[in-house]
Design a binder for this molecule. Sequence first.
Ligand code: FAD
Length: 526
Amino acid sequence: MSTDDTLLPPDAAMADSALRPVLRLILGDQLDPLHPWFAERRDDVVYVLMEVREETDYVRHHAQKVLAIFAAMRRMAQQLRAAGHRVRYVPIDAAYNRHSIAANLQALVQHLNAAAVEYQLPDEWRLDAALRRWAATAPLPVRVVDSAHFYLPRDGAARLLGPRRWVMETFYRAQRRRFGVLMSGNHPAGGRWNFDADNREPWRGEPPPPPDTRPRHDVRPIWAALQRAGVQTLGNPQADALPWPLDRAEALAQLEAFLAYALPHFGRFQDALAHGQTRLFHSLLSFALNVKLLRPHEVVARAEAAWHAGHAPLAAVEGFIRQILGWREYVRGVYWAHMPGYTAHNALGHQRPLPRWYWSGETHLACLRAAIGQTLDGAYAHHIQRLMVTGNFALLAGCDPAEVHRWYLGVYIDAFEWVEAPNTLGMSQWADGGLMATKPYASSAAYLQRMGDHCRHCRYDPKQRTGERACPFNALYWDFVARHRERWAAHPRMGMMVRQLDRMDADTQRALRAQAEQTLQWVDTL
Ligand code: FAD
């Protein structure tokens, strides 16, 4: 850190000049060097970045998440200084750090005799509310600018979809048309909007997943600072070889590696699970996107160009683009249309605590052991692991969605509430009563067995529904259907499962209920 990193004593350069500076706050997920702010260098602007306990402590985070965000912030500060900008950086272990963004801002305003404060619209309600509260009583003008990152403004999806029931596919098609992505005139390229049906193959060992070419960073000094400051984290810090991109150049290199090696197979194996494989053909780009080292437009444009160049099939490219142009923008719309309050939803009235092994990975269930183990080790699991393994189990077991939400918000490298909460509470736990997902993503062992090979490495048998070796997903699935029978009976897609349950004889139903009860009683030992 340079000497410019102190909040106090007085800033010599500022004292010499009669300039009252404008402070521009850069949050930890606003690390976009292409933001219009940086187009010109101004002597009267001081960029402010701060590491605060308020942000490290609102849930317990994976160590890699805190390290990667702080390391990328420090890199951004260095690069801004190198480009001639003025920067104030408040490290986590500085004695003068007040550990709240508002309190630090207030101190800096006084200390530098600032003329105004500017900030980019935060993506999370928590920060948005804190900054609005501070601005309302701040003794100087406070201006807000857009982060210039997303395709749509925060209320863009709400304006597009209006009060009717939101359907992601409708939104996605409108996005394709509006931004001219994968279009051939007025029609979708290849004659179809959606290639999902082609994208559901399990992976059987071929082709080999691409090598992980991400750079490794020694961030042990930041880890030491976190220890000094007393920040509590979880998971493996990998502080001597942190595998996440810390600046735009590294993020772009990762994007290019994905396009070259993984994108061609992304679609086919998008829903696959595989023992010993932590990412298969997924991009690992969510961290870079969410802290804004990459722009969604450029990722989408590069993927589309790969199809035009004949490098990747349309089904793969469409599947990938849908995640970014569709899902990512859609969940942000859901979040901002329903906050505050969205995170308190619990439509199914689930109350059970998460099994203890969500924090250790120590369970005999092979799929859960793999997903949780790699999460604690690497702060990453791909979508199907999050949705159909950890999420599915928590849903079937009736775990408290607020606790499930805190778990997901803490453990993943890419977890920011605007994207995590709709995915967890809406898509995965159905806690919002179907605002996000038309049907709950609940399945028995059959789905897990079809999409992967974990069952071959598991103590439990996916074919058995009752007995000591029965896979717990089976009885829990039918118990979930039975527990919420009234709700599902009239549901267009779950009604079929209620009818299937009703066709089982009374003994089978009793045995399934008893098995589920026993499973839940001993859930910590599974
Ligand atoms: P890829 O599979 O390569 O997909 C490419 C990109 O598309 C991702 O980087 C991401 O930016 C975007 N994307 C894909 N799916 C979604 C989605 N459902 N919603 C929004 N964007 C999506 N994603 C987060 O970014 N942060 C989270 O905190 C988060 N929490 C989740 C919690 C649950 C319970 C579930 C089911 C999903 C969650 N997701 C979250 C969505 C998705 O699982 C991750 O974006 C994805 O696994 C990140 O890995 P990747 O970069 O390799 O993605």
